[in-house]
Design a protein around this ligand. Sequence first.
Ligand code: HEM
Length: 524
Amino acid sequence: MEALAAIIRSLMEREQAQGFAVAGATLALLFWSYFYLLPALTLRKIPRAGKHPGFLGSLFGLGLADAKRDFKKNGLKILNEAYLKHKGSMFRVQTLNEERVVLSPSYIEEINKSVPEGTLNVTDGLSERLMGPYTKLDVVFNSDMHIEVCKSPLTQNLPKLVAPLHEEAEYWLKQRIPGDGQSELNVHDIIVRVISGTATRMLSGPVASRDPEWLESAALYSYDVVVVAQTLRHFHPLLRPFVSPFLDSKKKLGKHLGVAQKTFRGQFTERKKQQESDQKSGNSDKPVDMVQWMVDAAKGNDRNLDVLAMNMLFMTLAGVHTSANTTMHALFDLCANPQFLQPLRDEIQQVTDEDGWTMAAMSRLKKVDSFIKESQRLNQTVLMTFNRKLAKSLKFADGTVLPRGTCITMPSVAVSRDPEYFENPDEFDGFRFYEKRSTTIDKSEANRQSFAAIGPDNLAFGFGKTACPGRFFAGTQIKTVLASIILNYDISFPKGQSQRPDNIYRGGLIQPDPRQKMVFRKRF
Ligand code: HEM
């Protein structure tokens, strides 16, 4: 009797287990249908560029690795060709991270005018791409403080920053270019140090900007973030929490955070105290640096010292290699086009003789501004900008519907070579924007030719409300550094080289060749 009862119990348990399995499988199928199948069906009418990961790619990862590899190797070509083929419209591409719908800049006006507030989410996609939970960057993305401090106080205080930036640039150039600098020196090593030094001068003043430990972290942090993100991307999301603690680069991120805490904790604590006494005394005379702007802007959890330190690290992620690469590209273009050197030097000499190292002088450096902008047009830092994830579905006037969760982007590099926007787009013309600016009567159109200006023809800084809020600082910093180099040194490629080195394309990232050497000859 008991044996019979045991058999019945075991049959019931097996049936129950089978029931759970069926329910689980049904739930998984529903989940997949809702999050992957339905969006995939909605997007199927949008043409695809590059390799197709296959219909079941999202479910089993079949074909996905192949499509990602294709993008890693041929991303530039895929985007350039598809942009011209689908001009005025959109196409899909599988990137190293997610599938993105690549929009032509012709959608900009419609997006600016009629996309409802809260539809375009910047941080979700950014956090996914940079593995926010594992790189701890979510602590920064949880609020808009990092954006607000760049948009308002940083940009407003630029006139007070020019002289310190110049002093810092000259200091680091002297440190990194020994003697008369006749020998061939690695450009990357010099420029990354000059840019992290000048950036740190803005972040926290002249103590940290000479601190080798912090400057090392400021230079390496972004690399280690990218390595962590790229490594974890190969693991299933469920495995990432178990894998991440063992990654060497993750340990390095912990070390960089430790350095940031050590460097800035004391300063943040002091400024917070000072803030309380200023509130009582009504003192409004404050230091001009990012530490102060963050203390003034931080509310709630952002006032935590570790969160503030993470925000300082984020500033190096956003602003060190982007500006260093742009400066390196400009130097390469100058060596490859030496006919621009004397006119640039004459302009710099004249305006700094007349106005000193001031904002007035920087604004008058229109030839330098044009040269950097032309160099950036042909050598951007990423293939695509304006990366957004749709928080709600979006219907365009042409009837196309993009479902919630779709990642959209714009092909900034392809646009920058479009003959519709630029005459002889593949030709380097250092004074292209200077000439347009000087001959355009309409003031706002003339201003659109400046380095930091954004528009459908210049997406290097993204566009719209969330375009890079650090671009005005970047322009001033890069101009100061380049002007200091041009005034103090004669520069050239090593003997026998006349062409700039090819850029390095890795997935969506673009990098000037870090092995390139240059000769810097001291002029005085
Ligand atoms: C040449 C140098 C630079 C380039 C090419 C660049 C490019 C960009 C781009 C493409 C974006 C995304 C904009 C969009 O999606 O619409 C961005 C965002 C941003 N940039 Fe820059 N940037 C540069 C320098 C800087 C500097 C020096 C800072 C800070 C001092 C900075 C701070 C930021 C911040 C805070 C964001 C917003 C990030 C977010 O949305 O969470 N950038 N930048």
